[in-house]
Ligand binder design. Structure first.
Ligand SMILES: Nc1ncnc2c1ncn2[C@@H]1O[C@H](COP(=O)(O)OP(=O)(O)OP(=O)(O)O)[C@@H](O)[C@H]1O
Length: 452
């Protein structure tokens, strides 16, 4: 039976509710302390709370304190606040603090019953939603319900049990590594190693030894024979992120490894057989690069037996809110906060923002917002976002879309650069992009003053 906690020191009202609300298991409490004890013990889904509690029943302060405590201990509880019939101010304040609804005395059991029934309905809906969003998380970790992400997840699920070499295509921060891990975790290699290497973040001259390992004495500083990432991934999965940034000279060696499944360490002569599943990813257009001869065409065909396109966040509709909610839950846990959700302006801003840094940007914004917010609902301001306006800024009306984008991106980069006191890593972090992505934007827009 659904549990309802009634916090009221008026025995008359307790009796009235006991007889009037027979659909629930009713638990009573007379004051703040007993309310908290009963809350911990019975974990009721819904609470009715009289704001005028002893020791100062004429004042709402004890009731407001009880409300805050209940919500911080059990944020999902629906609290219906009961106030005197002239005390609208405290009723509104309670809702602002996170109460589900308020009801002004004198008590009419039928009306109160309707409000309570609605609250229980909402609890049920929320529980169902949580259950669905958990089971719907395709392959366990990929959160999202949009058609595009579900289609991508379905493809990933289908190939997980095969050995097909898969290429994940998508902008920076769209979740390519999350996909690669999900494929590994659903494969028969799940209990073996998953080794990831980002080809863009390792200096060109070190990438070969990082991947293939080296023999003692192969070069100055090679004091002992060392295995590379490929060997470390033996029997498991190797994830080559940003494969489009692999130097052309190394691509031939890579192709040989993929075709013959043997490697030679740098400075070594022995052929070492490897049994590895390979997943690659890039945000670059490898076909264009092949045409320009900056990426080997034969390697492109070798790594792209199957291509999965991971959609950018701006094309994923309501997934933005779903992901935001999921990050909110985990940061609430991590920072021991009990923020209940998003204000309307925050929801509008989340839906209207274009997310150039995709999920990574959203995650960063949520982290800051959860730390900064001191109200029960995150606002657009906490997120550092502005509510989208329907009318374009006048100065933009004469520009085409590319120019508008360029203008907005350069302004955002400069702003982040100044905020981060001219620190490139921090600028990239603020913008929610990787350093290589930031560098390529700086190149693209010729923002040479920032690089130097
Ligand atoms: N579906 C998802 N659900 C929850 N978190 C996600 C999801 N997809 C991505 N993330 C989070 O977003 C961040 C970026 O994801 P990831 O590193 O996989 O992106 P990427 O496309 O590989 O980025 P890059 O190309 O810049 O390396 C990570 O912190 C990841 O945990």
């Amino acid at each position: 039976m659904a549990k309802l906690l009634v916090v009221d020191d008026d025995k008359g009202i307790q009796k009235q509710l006991k007889w009037g609300l027979s659909d629930y298991e009713i638990i009573f409490a007379d004051d703040r302390q007993s309310a908290i004890t009963q809350l911990r013990r019975f974990e009721p889904e819904v609470v009715t709370l009289d704001l005028g509690l002893p020791p100062d029943a004429a004042n709402a302060s004890e009731g407001i304190a009880a409300l805050t405590e209940i919500l911080s201990l059990a944020p999902k509880t629906k609290v219906i606040v009961l106030t005197g019939n002239t005390d609208k101010e405290n009723a509104l304040k309670s809702v602002e603090l996170g109460a589900y609804d308020f009801y002004q005395k004198p008590v009419d059991v039928d009306t109160l019953n309707t409000i309570i029934a609605r609250a229980f309905n909402l609890v049920e809906l929320e529980q169902e939603n949580r259950r669905l969003s958990k089971t719907d998380a395709a392959m366990g970790t990929i959160i999202g319900n949009s058609d595009s992400i579900l289609a991508a997840a379905k493809r990933a699920e289908k190939i997980a049990k095969t050995e097909i070499t898969t290429l994940l295509l998508g902008e920076s921060g769209t979740g390519k590594e999350v996909f690669a891990r999900a494929i590994h975790n659903s494969s028969d290699r799940a209990n073996k190693a998953f080794v990831a290497i980002n080809c863009a973040s390792i200096p060109e001259n070190l990438l070969e030894s990082e991947l293939f390992g080296y023999e003692k004495g192969a070069f100055t500083g090679a004091n002992k024979t060392t295995k590379g990432k490929i060997e470390t991934a033996q029997s498991g999965t190797l994830f080559l992120d940003e494969i489009g940034d692999m130097p052309i000279a190394l691509q031939a060696k890579m192709l040989r490894f993929l075709q013959e499944r043997v490697i030679e360490r740098v400075g070594g002569r022995e052929e070492i057989p490897v049994d590895i599943r390979v997943i690659c990813a890039t945000h670059r257009n490898l076909q264009d690069m092949s045409a320009q001869e900056t990426f080997r065409e034969d390697l492109f065909y070798r790594i792209s037996e199957l291509i999965i396109n991971i959609p950018p966040l701006r094309d994923r509709g309501n997934d933005v809110l779903l992901l935001a909610k999921s990050f909110l839950d985990s940061y609430n846990d991590q920072f021991n906060k009990s923020i209940r959700g998003f204000s309307d302006d925050a929801k509008a801003a989340l839906a209207g923002h274009k997310w150039p840094g995709n999920i990574r940007e959203l995650q960063n914004k949520l982290k800051t917002a959860v730390v900064m917010a001191d109200t029960p609902f995150i606002t657009a301001d906490d997120l550092g976002l502005f509510v989208a306006s329907d009318t374009p800024t006048p100065e933009f009306t004469s520009l085409n879309l590319r120019e508008v984008r360029e203008k907005a991106e350069t302004a955002a980069i400069r702003h982040a650069y100044n905020l981060s006191e001219k620190n490139i890593s921090r600028t990239a972090e603020l913008l929610g992009v990787t350093r290589p992505t930031l560098y390529s934007l700086l190149d693209k827009y010729e923002m040479t003053d920032i690089k130097s």
